[in-house]
Ligand binder design. Structure first.
Ligand code: HEM
Length: 497
């Protein structure tokens, strides 16, 4: 059947060698060498659309700024982000259909979380300082060789949960492990369920999903806290005295019905952790590999962090003045982004999705954008070179002339060079309607952590000049999970190099 489907007529060009019986050979090549296949299509069909053979059907990849802009602006009843997740990661089973019908946790992240970052920054800063101390456990000034991913994961989980559930739960390692485990299992099980034919999903989906057991385990920690807040609300009203200012409270402000029960709320807290922990951990891991592989960046950024903190203290606004640090993380994200394609959407318009150049993508197809745009010499000078200050230089160059510019989409606008700015050639947080709503918090956390590392620690590569190799799993790319770096507590005033 699949082979028959692969013969589907289309005027959209297919990657060479993927027609007829060669379909599956090409599909396996796409799975194993996604970057090569997408790069080939990108340069052959600049500003066009091409097809690659997926295991189950043709997948469509769009190139160029115009196509990206049209996809980013498309309404959900035409190109659906959620339906794509439903198809690929079987979120109906792993996360639950109710989170799909009423994604109030996303509304809370977009609105309340983002609005409260500056106010809650002192807690975030306090937690990250303690988390670095406890997790790295560097008592003296000796160098220690540390695995990056597990340590960063603990620090990120704990710091993020200071804002999600507050003290003391954010320091409860068993609770944090449940959050991490839920995220990993719902992804891996989702991929397995996603490989099943639709008629088998209702049978195997519930068996493979770990949602109920994760909620049950997390309830042991979250249940008493949520019940306590509900009791206070019943007794003293929605603005009860000493109500904590955290994600749990904000979720309760918008939750209704089942969402206001301890299990309903627990699921949303797990889902927020699922979206936050791995993404932020992998970004900071890549940043640390880049920092130690390109150590010439350390001193200018350390000088910037110390200078800004001396004048402004540790505030969210102060982080806004750290242009080099912002630029370094953005550059790391540009080069190490998480895969060959971005903006995964499913075509849900019955007549298909029509680009303004007349290209029509059929109903039910999966459509993405080639992330090759991050490495295109038309977009970035020396695109393969890691240049940590490329974006801060652009801000310096364009900033004064365009500071008062209203058009934030203008290519010259400094707004396009910030770490949180999405752009048609910078898709690490997506772009348009579904651009990551947690990116403002992620950026604050990441910049605060990098500035803290620069001021408090010396770091160097395990082997000088070598960056641990990224790992590719299917179409996903992650920084090495085995990589290690040397770290020591810094003697103030030392250059550490
Ligand atoms: C460096 C860290 C992060 C990266 C790289 C990242 C990346 C992304 C990307 C690529 C998307 C899909 C956008 C699209 O397809 O247009 C996304 C969506 C999302 N992210 Fe993030 N993210 C990060 C951190 C976070 C954090 C900290 C949170 C929550 C506090 C979060 C919550 C979400 C949610 C809820 C969505 C779905 C948005 C929607 O349905 O409209 N993310 N993120």
């Amino acid at each position: 059947i699949r082979w028959f489907q692969s013969r589907e007529e289309s005027t959209i060009p297919a990657i060479p060698g993927s027609k007829g019986l060669l379909y599956y050979v090409a599909a396996l090549r796409f799975l194993r060498n996604g970057f090569d296949v997408v790069n080939q299509g990108y340069y052959q069909h600049r500003n066009g659309v091409f097809r690659v053979p997926g295991l189950f059907r043709w997948e469509y990849i769009a190139n160029g700024p115009q196509h990206t802009a049209e996809m980013a602006a498309a309404p959900d009843d035409s190109l659906s982000f959620m339906e794509a997740l439903r198809d690929i990661l079987a979120v109906d089973y792993t996360n639950g259909i109710e989170t799909f019908d009423n994604p109030f946790h996303i509304v809370t992240i977009r609105r309340h979380l983002t609005q409260n970052i500056a106010r809650c920054f002192p807690q975030v800063r306090d937690e990250l300082v303690h988390a670095f101390d406890d997790v790295l456990a560097l008592d003296d000034k000796e160098w220690k060789l540390l695995h990056v991913v597990p340590n960063v994961m603990k620090i990120v989980a704990r710091t993020s949960n200071r804002l999600f559930v507050g003290l003391p739960l954010c320091r409860e390692q068993e609770f944090l492990d449940i959050c991490v485990d839920f995220a990993v299992k719902s992804f891996t099980r989702g991929v397995i369920i996603g490989f099943l034919p639709y008629f088998l999903r209702p049978i195997f989906g519930p068996l493979l999903s770990t949602r109920k057991s994760s909620v049950r385990r997390a309830l042991k920690f979250l249940g008493p806290m949520i019940n306590d807040r509900l009791d206070n609300e019943r007794e003293y009203g929605p603005d009860w005295p000493d109500k904590p200012n955290d994600l749990t409270s904000w979720l309760l402000e918008v939750a209704e019905g089942e969402g206001r029960t301890p299990p309903g709320l627990t699921l949303r807290i797990l889902l927020t952790n699922q979206a936050a922990i791995h993404t932020t951990t992998m970004t900071l891991t890549a940043v640390l590999y880049d920092l130690t592989a390109y150590p010439a960046h350390i001193l200018p950024m350390r000088e910037e962090a110390e200078r800004v903190v001396a004048v402004e203290g540790w505030t969210k606004a102060a982080l806004g003045s750290m242009h080099k640090i912002d630029s370094f993380i953005r550059e790391s994200q540009r080069l190490r982004g998480n895969g060959p394609v971005s903006l995964g959407r499913k075509v849900v318009a019955k007549d298909g999705f029509l680009f303004s150049d007349g290209t029509r993508i059929p109903y039910g197809a999966l459509l993405t954008v080639a992330a090759t745009t991050h490495y295109d010499p038309d977009n970035f000078a020396d695109p393969d070179v890691f240049d940590g200050f490329r974006f801060s230089r652009m801000r310096e160059q364009y900033g004064p002339a365009h500071e008062h510019e209203d058009d934030k989409n203008s290519e010259a606008s400094i707004f396009n060079r910030h770490m949180v700015s999405t752009a048609r050639e910078h898709l690490v947080f997506g772009h348009g309607r579904h651009a990551c709503p947690g990116r403002f918090f992620a950026a604050t956390e990441l910049k605060a952590m990098l500035a803290h590392i620069l001021i408090e620690y010396d770091v160097r590569a395990e082997t000088e000049g070598l960056r641990p190799l990224d790992e590719c799993i299917g179409l996903l790319r992650t920084p090495s999970r085995e990589g290690r770096i040397w770290v020591r507590r810094r003697e103030r005033g030392s250059e550490g190099l």
